[in-house]
Write a protein of this length. Sequence first.
Length: 83
Amino acid sequence: MQSYIDRLVEPVLEEYFNIFPVIALLGPRQCGKSTLAKHIIEKYTDFIYLDLEKPSDLRKMEDPELFFQSNETKRVCIDEVQY
């Protein structure tokens, strides 16, 4: 198992959590976007992580309005949003 490599952008992202309602983490394939997101949000208890490659998480987005209303006190990280 590989160890996590800290990234310089981490403190900036965490600061943005308090400023912006939505943050997009963009980059080329296989550059560590998902790993970075999971690493950052594991420090918080108010995040829900959805991986839309997983059928169970994708089904939650069949009615996004209901999902977000049901989780309005939570922050949501949506990975593989292109699905």
